[in-house]
Design a protein around this ligand. Structure first.
Ligand code: COI
Length: 355
């Protein structure tokens, strides 16, 4: 892919103080456009700026858009590393297919990400800060057309955001509301694609849970509301005395890259790890009998997020002693060390970059 580079002439101010999540953006953006019949063309790295969008652009009306989220890390050795970019590119391709967005070769997506990260390498937070560069590739329908059909014009972008911890309280256990009315996704829908509609569908229930004093929502299945699906924007793991369980990929939940990494790390430890459905009743019984050890979420943004409390209509259930569990802590440690190049990378997850 030929990428034209037009460096900015007006560098953006650097953030000072806590970075937060998704607030600051770097100097450059990668862009590439699609139109028929020429296909994907005009790959470029240019100054970060807004794009003009026709008010009739179909993304604004019918949400034909998909995105990804991955991270680049600066190690204590100064090296720059991308975590599992190939798996993110594969998932991006699958999401595009589901949303009828013309394919972008996975190698071009990886090259676009690597080149723009290298270009803005000076924005990657230092290892000592615990921060990272969050990379957000996304592709959206720009065609001005109000009929409902796949658009014929698109833009693919990659933007970069230096981030600290996703949750303001850092690794503190989160309070989760068990949602048994609202639904995030249904079988046969788009729940397994990283597309805007899933996040829009989550807002109302998440906002209501916040008002009740909870951090996020635990999504249950759309039919019985008995089976656990996801937590907020994360996949979920439940550790019982004799097995670690995560819901199987049945079409409603996202095939999380951190989920897959955690499964691999747990299996490498020789633990009994099972992908199957988990019911709320099983969790409640496990808490009563003492078999339930801990619950945690996994996602690129938060990495690992321990769950301290589950909120039900009839009251709160404290998980374990309400403190971060040993498994969650050790997985966070193991995964972030691999990401920063502080530990060997036996699974080939890390791609070294220049810069
Ligand atoms: C992730 O952690 O993987 C996410 O998707 C979170 C993002 C939507 C902010």
């Amino acid at each position: 892919m030929n990428i034209e580079v037009r460096p900015t002439t007006t560098p953006r101010p650097r953030p000072t103080g806590a970075l937060g999540f998704g607030i600051h953006f770097t100097d450059h953006v990668f862009r590439m456009d699609y139109a028929e019949p020429s296909g994907w063309q005009h790959a470029r790295i240019e100054a970060y700026s807004g794009a003009t969008l026709d008010p009739a652009a179909s993304v604004l009306h019918y949400a034909q858009v998909v995105f990804e989220g991955l991270k680049a890390f600066r190690g204590p050795d100064g090296g720059l590393r991308l975590f599992r970019v190939d798996r993110h590119a594969r998932r991006f391709a699958k999401s595009c297919e589901k949303l009828c967005i013309p394919a972008i070769p996975e190698s071009d997506v990886i090259e676009a990400i690597a080149r723009v990260v290298e270009h803005d390498a000076s924005w990657v937070p230092d290892a000592s800060s615990g921060g990272a560069l969050y990379v957000r590739p996304f592709v959206y329908a720009t065609e001005a057309f109000l009929g409902v059909r796949p658009a014929k014009e698109f833009t693919f972008c990659v933007i970069l955001s230096p981030v600290g911890a996703y949750y303001e309280r850092g690794f503190a256990p989160v309070k989760i509301w068990v949602e048994r009315e609202a639904v995030r996704a249904v079988k046969g829908g788009v729940g397994d694609a990283k597309t805007a509609a899933n996040y829009a569908a989550s807002l109302h229930a998440a906002f209501a849970a916040k008002k009740r004093g909870y951090d996020q929502v635990l999504w249950t299945d759309a039919i019985t509301h008995e089976k656990i699906e996801e937590v907020g924007t994360m996949n979920l793991f439940v550790a019982f005395e004799d097995e670690v369980v995560t819901p199987s990929l049945d079409g409603t939940i996202l095939d999380g890259v951190t989920r897959n990494s955690v499964l691999t790390l747990l299996r490498a430890r020789g633990l009994n790890v099972v992908e199957r459905s988990i019911t709320l009743d099983e969790v409640k019984q496990g808490q009563k009998s003492g078999k339930l050890r801990e619950i945690f979420g996994t996602g690129t943004a938060a990495v690992i997020s321990p769950v301290g409390t589950l909120g039900f209509d009839d009251g709160d259930l404290t998980i374990g002693d309400g403190q971060p569990g040993k498994l969650a802590l050790s997985l966070f440690d193991e995964l972030t060390k691999i990401q920063r190049g502080e530990a060997p990378d036996p699974h080939g997850w890390v791609r070294r970059l220049e810069g």
